[in-house]
Structures are given as C-alpha cells and as structure tokens.
Design a protein around this ligand. Structure first.
Ligand SMILES: [Fe+2]
Length: 236
C-alpha cells in the first residue's frame, strides 16, 4: 500500500511518486522542481479487483478504481502543480480547501482521493453483518442495537440525493453517528473521525445493480463491511 487512508506517505511512495510526477511534466526544469516533492500515487487496492464478487464485480471495481479513482488522483496532481499546497499531506489539503470558492476543483479531487482510499478499506471479502467486541458495544450504546444502526445507515445511503457518501463517524462527544455527504464532501474535512463509508455515486454500483441502489446498499451492509478497519479508526 503506497498511501494510508489518513494520507500518510511511505518512503517508498515518495520515491515512486516522484517518478510518476516526473513522467507527467513537460519541462526538465519544472520536472526537477516538482519531483522534489511527492505527487500522490493511486493507492493500491487492499484486495484483488475480483475479491468482492459477486457483491461488487471485477468489472465495476475495474472502472471505479482504475478509471474514476485514478482520474481524481491524476487531476489532483495536476492541480497541485505550482500550488501552495504542494507537499502537504492529503488530509491537510482537503481541510484547507473545503469551502474555498477559489479552490473547488482542488478540494473535489483531493477529497475524492481520500474518500475512495477510505471506501476501499471499508470493505473486505466475506465482511458484513454486525460488529463484534468493543465496537458492538459502541454501536449498542449509540444506536440502541445493530438493527437500528443498520436501518439508519441504509436510509442515509439510499436517500442521499444524487451523488455522495454514507458514513459511520464518531462525534466530538464520542457517540457514533450516521451521516451523509453530497458529491466529494467528507466529514474528515471538519475534523470528524470517520469509521466507515459507502460510496453511493452511481459509478459505484450501476454496472452491477443499475438503478437499484437499495440492493447495492443492502449487499454492502450484509456482505462487505470491514468492521476491523472501523475499529482501527477508533484506536488511531
Ligand atoms: Fe466512487
């Protein structure tokens, strides 16, 4: 994995991303300057593209990850050229540009990179169902029981008008909450701890489910949710 969900670059990614950056840039002088800081790489998927089938097909992952997510990363790196945000961690770029009318494109592409990194890790083959251990207790304390959490998350994911995301987050008073955001917006930008996210942009499900978003969300909750990843977000 080249970049963590929290946007931290490894030494290896700095080196490899400098190579990627240098291949994208036209002039030797600019190339030299930009390669001294890390462009953002497309983070590796935590599993093979066919690992979530049949819930999410390899075809969907191929387009979603290989085309859509890659485009956000490529656009982000282009927008960063010559920007005062060059070299900043991904999370910092998202937080600094949210609500800035002069940097909408930079926010959208940076946030979409972060959101997708988080989304891939919010799923695992053979996942889904209710959490166990300490997280099960947290869900019970915050929602009453798992079924009530599930209903709330399902409603958020299926009622988000147009493109967006459904999230499980932890509020400042340590309560778990379900929230939804539109387009590229993300609770992380406001300093909220995110535990899980479900992408409800049509590109996440249309090849497999067409307009049946509810079927995708039900399958996502019952067969894909990565509660181990959610637990790690509480511990970090
Ligand atoms: Fe997406």
């Amino acid at each position: 994995m080249l970049i963590t969900p929290n946007g931290l670059l490894t030494r290896r990614s700095v080196i490899s991303s400098a190579i990627v950056a240098s291949s994208m840039l036209p002039s030797v002088g600019v190339r030299r300057a930009f390669s001294q800081v890390a462009a953002f790489p497309l983070q590796s998927l935590p599993y093979p593209e066919d690992a979530l089938a049949p819930v999410i097909s390899a075809n969907t992952i191929g387009f979603h990850y290989g085309k859509h997510h890659r485009a956000y990363v490529d656009n982000l790196n282009k927008l960063l050229e010559g920007s005062d945000m060059v070299g900043k961690p991904l999370e910092e770029i998202v937080k600094a540009t949210r609500g800035d009318a002069t940097r909408v494109a930079l926010f959208n592409n940076a946030a979409q990179d972060w959101n997708h990194n988080f989304y891939w890790n919010s799923m695992r083959p053979g996942g889904g169902g209710a959490p166990s251990g300490a997280l099960a207790d947290r869900v019970k304390d915050s929602f009453g029981d798992y079924i009530k959490f599930r209903q709330e998350f399902f409603i958020a994911a299926t009622t988000q008008f147009g493109s967006g995301w459904a999230w499980l987050t932890q509020s400042a008073d340590k309560k778990l909450q379900v929230v939804k955001t539109a387009n590229a917006d993300t609770p992380m930008a406001q300093g909220t701890t995110c535990l899980l996210t479900c992408d409800v942009w049509e590109h996440a499900y249309y090849l497999d489910y067409q307009n049946r978003r509810a079927d995708y969300v039900n399958a996502w909750l019952d067969k894909l949710v990565n509660w181990e990843f959610a637990s790690k977000q509480l511990a970090s």
